[in-house]
Design a protein around this ligand. Sequence first.
Ligand code: ATP
Ligand code: MG
Length: 585
Amino acid sequence: MTTDSTPAPVSNFLRTIIDQDLNAQRHASNRWSGTPGPASVQATAPLDRARIRTRFPPEPNGYLHIGHAKSICLNFSLARDYLGACHLRFDDTNPEKEEQEYVDAIIDMVQWLGFDWQFQDETNLYFASDYFDYMYEFAEALVQADLAYVDEQSAEQMRENRGTLTEPGTNSPWRDRPTDESLRLLREMRDGQHPDGSMALRAKIDMASPNINMRDPVLYRIRHAEHHRTGNKWCIYPMYSWAHPVEDALEQITHSICTLEFEDQRPFYNWILEHLRDLGFFTDPLPQQYEFARLYLSYVVTSKRKLRQLVVENHVDGWDDPRMPTLAGLRRRGYTPEAIRLFCDRIGVAKADSRIDYSVLEQALRDDLDPKAPRSVAVLDPIKLILTNYPEGQSELCTAPVHPHHPERGVREFPLSRELWIERDDFREEPEKRYFRLYPGNTVRLKYGYIITCTGFTKDENGKITEVQAEYLPDTKSGTPGADSIKVKGNITWVSAAHAVPATVRLYDRLFSDPHPDVGDKDFLSLINPHSLDTVNAWVEPGLVADPGAYWQFERLGYFVADLKESSATHPVLNRITTLRDTWV
Ligand code: ATP
Ligand code: MG
C-alpha cells in the first residue's frame, strides 16, 4: 500500500504465524461480500480475494502518536506484503469522549504515513458504531441462550463481588433470573426506560474463573449520551471487550493484532466468538487475536490522557506542537513518513515490552534526510565579521554543491562581500586548547570562500564582542588553483550580511528532562523541560525558499524544516528537526 519501494521485510513472530496459516490454508474458505456483516451476509458471497485481513482500530478520542505509528506500520505492512487488506476502523463505541475532529485527524495521519485502506475495488474504512444493530441483535441471542443476564447490582456492588486475584467472585443475586425477564429488561434498557448505572447486561461465564476478565464481564451499560455519529438513537453502549471481537468477526478479520495488555482478554474474545458461531452468526475460521509489545519511547508520554492535558493546560502549543510525540507534531517538526516507517522497521515487533531510546527515532530521521536534504548555510547566533581589505560595495559569487554526494544535483551560488555574519561561537578572544577557529592572529577558511586572518575585534561598553575584523588572502578562493596554497585547520560558515535572509529559527530540545516521564505515578508535568524551545533570529543563505514543508541540512547545524503553519517566502520560520549528531548526553 505504500507507493515507494521498501526493502524486504524482516521476519517476526506474526509473519511466522501468517506463513503457517497460509500454508495450512486456514482462511482459504473465507467469504467476503464486500460489506461487514454476520454469516447471513457473508455465507453466499464469493471467496475472499484478500489472503489476510488485519485492522487498525483507533478510538477517535485524541490524536495519533508515535506508538500508534508502530501499530499502523505493522498492520498495513502485513496486509500489503501478504496481498491482503487492512481496515481502518474507528472504534467509536464510547459516546462521550469521541469527536469528528479526531476522526479527520486520524485519517489524515494514516494517509500521511503512506498507507490507505483500499483493497482492489474495496474501501475498507469502517465505524464500529455502524455495527450497533448487530451487536444488539447478538446480545438478545445470548440472553435467549442463557449466556447473558441483566444485572441490577450497582457498579460498586459488582466491583465488590468480583473477587480478587486470589479469591473467587460471588454470583450476583440476579444471575439466575429467567431469560425472558432479562430479555424484557434488556429491551427496556435499550428503550431508555432505566437511568444510567441502574442495570447492565453481563455475560454468564464463571465468577470463580482464575481470569478476572471471565467473571461475568459487562457487555452493555446504560449511557444516556449523544454519540457523534448515531446521535440519540442509542442509550446503551457496548463495552470494548464485547464490541471488539464482534467488530473483527463482522469484518472477516483473520489476524487481530493488539498490544500485550489485551492478552488476558483473549479467552473472553474467544468465548464471545465461539458462542456467536454456535448461535449461527459466524462461521469458522474465526478471527484470532495476537498480542505484541507496545512502543515505549524514552523522554515522551504517549498516554492520550496525558497528551490531552499538555494541550488543554497550554503546556504546549496544541496537538501539533513540534515538541509533541503526536504524528501531527512530528510532521510539523519535520519528521518524514519515510523516517517514521524506517524507525518502525528498525524497532521490530516483539512479544516482550522494552523501551526504545529517543535517539533511535532521531537517527532514523537523519538516515532518511541525509541523502535527500539539500545543503544550505545559516547563522543562528550571529556576530559581524568585517573583511577590512575587501572593497566596499563589491561582491562576488561563491559556489557550493547542493548535495556533496550528488554532484548531479548541481551547485548553489551565493555572494560574498565585505560584511559577513558568522556564528558567535566561531570566534574567541582567547582560544582554549585545540580551538582552531577564529581568534586574533589565526588563519581559517571561510567555507566555499577565501582564507582569512583575524586582525582584531570590537567590544561594547558591557564587554560584549560586537564585531570581528579580518583580512582575506585574495588568491585563496575555494575552487581556484591557489586554494590549497595555505593549509588551515579551521573552516567556518558565513553569510553575506547585505544578502542574507532573516529567519525565525526554533531550536527544540526534549519536552521532558526525565527519560521516563510516563512511568508509574510520576507527576509528569513537573518533569517538563523548561528549555525545550529557544527561538532565535537567524540569517540564512540567500536563495533559500522557505515554502512550508521544505527542508535542508544547514551545514554544521543540523536538519531544519520550514514550519507548515507559520513559514512563508517573505518570512521564513524554521524548525530544527534534529542536530547532525546525537548531542544528548
Ligand atoms: P490510550 O490508552 O492512551 O487511550 P490506546 O492504546 O487505547 O491509547 P487506541 O486509539 O485505542 O489508543 O489505539 C489504537 C491502536 O493503536 C490499538 O490497537 C493499540 O493497540 C495501538 N497502540 C496504541 N498505543 C500504542 C503503542 N504505544 N505501541 C503500539 N501500539 C499502540
Ligand atoms: Mg483504547
